[in-house]
Design a protein around this ligand. Structure first.
Ligand SMILES: Nc1nc2c(c(=O)[nH]1)N[C@H]1C(S)=C(S)[C@@H](COP(=O)(O)OP(=O)(O)OC[C@H]3O[C@@H](n4cnc5c(=O)[nH]c(N)nc54)[C@H](O)[C@@H]3O)O[C@H]1N2
Ligand SMILES: Nc1nc2c(c(=O)[nH]1)N[C@H]1C(S)=C(S)[C@@H](COP(=O)(O)OP(=O)(O)OC[C@H]3O[C@@H](n4cnc5c(=O)[nH]c(N)nc54)[C@H](O)[C@@H]3O)O[C@H]1N2
Ligand SMILES: [Mo]
Length: 758
């Protein structure tokens, strides 16, 4: 048999409409504690729950795989995690296992009819599995056979660029470093990663203007801020520990502006779960000003705020003079920007924008935080540069309590980039790497996520390796991505849990099950630890304490070393490196700037801060040594009459493509994920009732994409705007609709039309 029936790449339809109640006004509090315990005990049992949760984010415990928000320096409470971190941990530490029999019982086509939640709930993958050409069921394979197969496939390629190697952001520094070394020794820079779909726009925007692609605040800065702007981010769900930092900032007198098309619960008000444990029941209101922008109305808003600052001359002229360039151009471009356009595009009133401007003018120390609501737009890089403009006007860089704060997603996505997981490495980075390891690195830039998918579609990729993640469901344009993956000769997934990317694969496919963060990693009889970098550039240890889900699991480091050793035994002593992670860190010390004496420094409690020139010394490593003001036209945020702008967002009960449960507690939604949040007037106009089924069409440059059977939900969202969940709505995100300069899919701006299903 040569052709197999293609498994379903979309998530299955839901018959019943979701149940809907009022949006929650308060985040966390007792319901969060209850949910934590429910998820923990339900999956891990009582003892394992207590043991595991007590070591999350402790100085000598493991780093929570939930998000990249930093841990407090100095004192840590005995419960340094949040409800959603606990879910991520429980999900990995589940007692359920997927046996080889499971794959005998279910074909990939049958599995593809199941929901994402069901797939994930089957438990941990514990056995390497192989899907032969044309067949419909995975079969068991031994590790050695799997490595031999990978070697053969790679050796058979006549050009290294016919292989691509994806990384999701949980991979440790040690694994990421060895992975990129191996891939570059193999001869390609085809290293797409989840960052391409995530904060790539931030890295690009900040690199150009500040000379560093990372943020410039530390956690302590939150205690010294006058004003914190939270834009395009839902911390109550996606970075719940950030609410504690915001609460503390408020207690120290900071004000908070929340900019979002949705009134996200966490920023309305918050009860700390730990306060509950301490029997304190008060709630804290967080945002002082909520600006309900239209989707992608942020650039207009920021320009409006800056016009207010110009009018008031509320700028730090000394800073501008000494440290920046491009101010004059910005000033004239702002003067030319019309208030009417600002008001129309932002969807806000002039009073609201002036109030925000006033708050910015009064602040001596402003922090701006953002996430996917800014990055995943065509003009994402430009909007983030407007944020930079705003901060530079007030000199809010390299000052206590002030700075840029792109809030990263995956717990080590920032570290992976620092370690060289990047398709466009600089020559300087590669020069130093070559010197440290003694072999040549390819210089031709490689493929990112979107370009990898196009290359697969055009049959330019024969081998695709994924270090974690769920490439199919995380990528835009699910059907196009599925068709592209189907054309690849051989795909490999290194994974902890089952997901749709194990079902929609290349012609032949391997699943290699690996250890997770929570688990003890023993190599050659010795316990190992790994290291990670959080969103604020702190590098620290992570040591899992649980017994591994199976004796048969390999660590990511070991998997890379086995493959690398089979191909390039002469390049490095891979076996030594996988037996002793200290040796990997010694290599990193030599190869990557800022990691000198890595082993020693990372062993200090809490780890160490990487240098950050703008923050530490107001030094900007740009071409002219100055921080750059940039001028951008207002982006076009209009769509054809009758159409809506759709953003794809996360619910409270998912971790990216991992669905824990089908509810979204804060938004008051239960038992449904294939739904679309709409403004009541937009519904009325189209004759759509609450919870009625609708079909959605996405329209892009003459192309149409469809998603059927979504339930319409009346919600507090600006007119003309709609929201759906990722990954259910990824079928609607056009592959070619990408952000300028960062190539990030525009997952927060999809032009759609909807029609009721009678
Ligand atoms: N529990 C949990 N934690 C997570 C994740 C998870 O899935 N679950 N994912 C992790 C990852 S990888 C990431 S990147 C982060 C993601 O963290 P977020 O960026 O908070 O995630 P999204 O749900 O994509 O939310 C985007 C927010 O931006 C708003 N938004 C959308 N478009 C616009 C816009 O045009 N302007 C403005 N101002 N706002 C807009 C949405 O209403 C929503 O509140 O979270 C990380 N942490
Ligand atoms: N429409 C739309 N699409 C989006 C987004 C959006 O907002 N809207 N967000 C984008 C963003 S911000 C991101 S970061 C990407 C996420 O893209 P990915 O990182 O590719 O996706 P995840 O869902 O986080 O991957 C989950 C899988 O990772 C595996 N895994 C978990 N832990 C480990 C581990 O320790 N090791 C290994 N090897 N595997 C592990 C498990 O098998 C699990 O099923 O999605 C992007 N896609
Ligand atoms: Mo992300």
């Amino acid at each position: 048999m040569d052709e197999r029936k293609v498994p379903q790449s979309r998530t299955p339809e839901e018959k019943k409409p979701p149940r809907v109640s009022k949006m929650k006004k308060v985040a966390a509090g007792i319901p969060a504690v209850v949910s934590t315990m429910k998820h923990g005990i339900g999956r891990m049992g009582v003892l394992r729950t207590v043991k595991t949760l007590r070591t999350v984010n402790q100085m000598e415990g493991f780093d929570c795989p939930g998000c990249a928000w930093p841990d407090p320096e100095g004192h840590r409470t005995s419960f340094e995690f949040c409800e959603n971190g606990a879910k991520a941990v429980a999900d990995e530490a589940t007692k359920k296992r997927i046996s080889a029999k499971f794959f005998e019982k279910y074909s990939i086509q049958e599995l593809s009819q199941k929901s994402d939640q069901w797939l994930n709930a089957q438990g941990r993958l514990i056995q390497p599995m192989f899907l032969p050409k044309g067949e419909n069921n995975y079969r068991t394979i031994e590790w050695d056979e799997a490595f031999e197969m990978i070697k053969e496939k790679l050796v058979s390629l006549n050009d290294a660029n016919r292989a691509a190697f994806y990384t999701s952001g949980r991979t440790s520094n040690e694994a990421a470093f060895l992975y990129q070394l191996f891939v570059r020794r193999f001869g390609t820079n085809n290293l797409p990663d989840c960052s391409n779909m995530c904060h790539e726009s931030s890295g690009k925007a900040l690199g150009e203007t500040m000379g560093i692609g990372k943020g410039t605040v530390t956690l302590d800065d939150f205690n010294h801020a006058d004003l914190i702007i939270v834009m395009g981010q839902n911390p109550g769900t996606n970075h719940p520990r950030m609410l504690t930092a915001l609460r503390d900032a408020k207690r120290n007198g900071a004000r908070i502006i929340h900019v979002n098309p949705l009134p996200e619960t966490g920023l309305v008000s918050f009860k700390h779960p730990q306060d509950f444990m301490k029997l304190r029941f008060g709630k804290e209101n967080l945002a002082d000003l909520f600006l309900q922008v239209r989707i992608n109305g942020d650039a207009a808003l920021l320009k409006g705020i800056m016009k207010v600052l110009l009018d008031k001359s509320a700028m730090d002229f000394d800073f501008i003079e000494k440290y920046t360039s491009g101010f004059q151009q910005l000033q004239s471009s702002l003067q030319e920007t019309d208030w009417d356009d600002i008001i129309k595009d932002s969807g806000l009133s002039r009073e609201e924008i002036e109030q925000a401007g006033e708050m910015c003018a009064e602040s001596k120390a402003t922090i701006a935080c953002w996430a996917m609501g800014l990055t995943q737009h065509k003009n994402g890089v430009a909007t983030i540069q407007e944020v930079v403009n705003l901060l530079l006007l007030g000199g809010h860089v390299g000052r206590k309590g002030a700075g840029t704060c792109p809030v990263r997603g995956h717990s080590n996505v920032q570290g992976d980039r620092t370690m060289g997981i990047w398709e466009k490495p600089s020559d300087k980075f590669l020069d130093r790497m070559e010197e440290a390891v003694g072999f040549k690195m390819p210089r031709q830039h490689g493929l990112d996520v979107v370009d990898s998918i196009s290359a697969m579609r055009d049959r330019k990729i024969d081998f695709f390796f994924c270090m974690g993640g769920n490439f199919l469901s995380a990528s835009p344009d699910t059907e196009a991505t599925a068709a592209a993956l189907n054309k690849v000769e051989f795909t490999v997934q290194v994974s902890t849990k089952l997901n749709r990317s194990h079902l929609v694969t290349g012609k032949e496919a391997l699943i290699l099950p690996c250890l997770g963060r929570t688990e003890r990693d023993i190599q050659n009889g010795t316990e190992q630890f790994v290291t990670v970098e959080n969103s604020m550039g702190v590098v620290h240890m992570s040591i899992g304490g649980l017994k591994p889900a199976s004796k048969n699991l390999y660590s990511e480091v070991r998997i890379i070393c086995e493959i690398a050793d089979s191909l390039f035994p002469e390049a490095l002593n891979w076996k030594d490196l996988s037996d002793d992670y200290d040796k990997i860190r010694d290599l990193i010390s030599n190869a990557i700037s800022g990691f000198e004496n890595y082993n020693e420094r990372v062993r200090t409690l809490g780890g160490f801060h990487l240098a950050n020139p703008p923050r530490d010394n107001r030094e900007f490593h740009t071409k002219d040594g100055k921080a750059k003001f940039t001028s951008h036209p207002l982006p076009n945020v209009d769509v054809s009459p009758g159409n809506l702008v759709m953003m794809t967002i996360r619910s409270h009960d998912q971790y990216n493509t991992t669905i824990y449960d089908s509810s979204d507690r804060y938004r008051g939604i239960k038992n449904g994920r294939r739904l679309i949040l709409l403004n009541s007037k937009d519904m009325e106009e189209r004759g759509i009732n609450d919870r009625q089924k609708v079909d959605i069409t996405s329209l892009w440059e003459g192309e149409e994409r469809y998603a059927k059977g979504f339930h319409a939900i009346r919600y507090d969202i600006p007119r003309g705007c709609a929201a759906t969940y990722f990954p259910e709505a990824n079928v609607l995100v056009p592959l070619k609709s990408i952000a300028i300069k960062s190539n990030t899919p525009t997952s927060k701006f999809v032009e759609i039309s909807i029609k009721p299903v009678s």
